[in-house]
Design a protein around this ligand. Structure first.
Ligand code: FE2
Length: 243
């Protein structure tokens, strides 16, 4: 069994951890060329990640603070919905601080730090993205005892923050969802012809069930990050429409 730390103790990272970070980082940066949203690359620069250094949460949080006031907080495992949404409401993103082993580079039962930090944290420097993300937390806490509302917000989260696509200025499909950004296999699949793309449509997403155990078959495409930030009112209005 892996011991999962509750807090990041930087000196506890091993040579294998650094090697895993570097391999995953280099591989995904190569893999994402021409496929990831420009906003992600800008954000990666703002947050200061590199292949030779596992991010230190204190430093990441200093940078996030200066851009959007968000923070990462460490958790040993993926958070249950109520805790996850409570933290979002507080502009905190729950993240693991352990890395997969060298023997698990392509197979992972649950999100590790490469997913939570490499793929999720950079865009937390982008205010259009964080305005949208925060609204999910605000509405989840407002309607926390309404299971139907919470399910809709989980779907919205899934089809944007985890598996969202965006059109570039030149009209090409690009990735911004963290579930794709951290996955070698899904990077190709998401942009290829074997998956279906829909225009971003909140009402449709609210009715769209998802599976966590397979590569996605359908994705939603935003026109720009501004579109996310401009949708805050609609997110709540559509929530209250019964199917
Ligand atoms: Fe995630």
């Amino acid at each position: 069994m892996r011991t999962k730390p509750v807090q990041q103790v930087y000196d506890d990272y091993t040579a294998e951890d650094f090697a895993v970070w570097k391999i995953l980082y280099d591989r995904q940066m190569e893999n994402l060329k021409g496929k990831v949203a420009d906003e992600f690359l800008v954000a990666l620069n703002k947050i200061g990640f590199s292949n030779d250094r596992i991010p230190e949460f204190k430093e990441v949080n200093r940078r996030l603070e200066s851009h959007t006031g968000w923070n990462l907080i460490t958790v040993p495992n993926i958070s249950p919905p109520r805790e996850f949404f409570q933290r979002l409401y507080e502009k905190k993103f729950t993240a693991t601080c352990w890395l997969r082993k060298m023997s698990e580079l392509d197979y992972l039962e649950e999100p590790d730090m490469f997913h939570d930090v490499f793929a999720h944290a950079p865009l937390l420097t982008n205010t259009d993205y964080t305005d949208f993300f925060h609204q999910i937390g605000v509405l989840a806490m407002k309607y926390i005892d309404d299971d139907e509302v919470i399910l809709k917000l989980q779907r919205l989260y899934w089809f944007t923050i985890e598996f969202g696509l965006v059109r570039s200025e030149a009209g090409e499909l690009r990735i911004y969802g963290a579930g794709i950004i951290s996955s070698k296999g899904e990077t190709e699949h998401a942009l290829g012809n074997k998956s279906t793309k829909h225009d971003f449509d909140i009402r449709r997403i609210y009715q769209h069930d998802f599976r966590t155990d397979i590569i996605q078959e359908e994705y939603y495409v935003i026109d720009s990050f501004r579109q996310l930030a401009a949708s805050l009112e609609e997110i709540e209005e559509a929530l209250l429409v019964k199917a």
